[in-house]
Design a protein around this ligand. Structure first.
Ligand code: G3P
Length: 219
């Protein structure tokens, strides 16, 4: 399973985001690897209506219907077609633990799955205590790297994170700098259940070739 985080890349915005999702859909069909686009809230309805892939959104807020200008309403995200939301990404942290717990709870209340990001094993334990569907370990300093990855630089912490997540029976997703099928194979061998990838795909000259190559790491 690979979560593809569209962030605010140009290739992940508007019509280009739809084009990327169509590529993911086609590669997923051809390789059998589950690919989950994590899209911007603005593009969610347009994309979810035109793909058979499960689509997630990049965040929700801890709010309900009412007066909350500029926030992302969990109910609205569900109505727009999302199946899940990612929370606490290092580029968009929750305000504090209570806020994170509130966002996670709101997602659950409306029927959205959640993946909570952590940038350390301490944060991972905190995330796990909230019982999300997935947790992710991503060292922030390796996010966006084109020559180093969590798999090449942090195998010991990945192993530790795998064990922490396994004890709670929550699948561990790893991310940061993942670009190659070797990154995939190494992480799977360490016990990771899936991946979160952004720049390696969103900035690629030929995203299809990159994803097809990454998919080979699952064989
Ligand atoms: O959410 C995944 C992301 O933060 C990883 O980014 O660019 O290192 O693949 P990147």
């Amino acid at each position: 399973m690979i979560f593809i985080n569209f962030k605010t890349y140009e290739t992940g915005t508007g019509e280009k985001a739809l084009e990327m999702v169509k590529t993911l859909e086609s590669v997923s069909r051809e390789t059998g690897v589950k690919l989950i686009p994590i899209v911007q809230a603005l593009d969610l309805r347009m994309i979810a209506g035109q793909t058979s892939l499960e689509v997630w959104v990049q965040g929700i807020d801890n709010i309900t219907y009412g007066a909350h200008t500029g926030h992302t309403l969990p109910e609205g995200v569900l109505l727009a077609g999302a199946k899940g939301a990612v929370l606490n990404h290092s580029e968009n942290k929750a305000l504090n633990v209570e806020d994170l717990a509130g966002r996670n709870q709101r997602a659950r209340d409306v029927g959205l799955k959640t993946l909570i990001f952590a940038d350390s094993t301490d944060e991972l334990r905190q995330a796990i205590s909230l019982k999300p569907d997935f947790v992710s370990y991503e060292p922030p300093e390796l996010i966006g790297s084109s020559d180093k990855s969590v798999a090449t630089e942090k195998p010991d912490i990945v192993k530790k994170a795998v064990n922490i997540a396994k004890n709670a029976d929550i699948p561990l997703i790893v991310g940061a700098g993942i670009q190659t099928k070797e990154d995939i194979t190494t992480s799977l061998n360490l016990g990771a259940s899936g991946f979160a990838i952004a720049s390696g795909i969103m900035n690629a000259e030929n995203p299809r070739t990159v994803i097809e190559n990454l998919a080979k790491g699952f064989k």
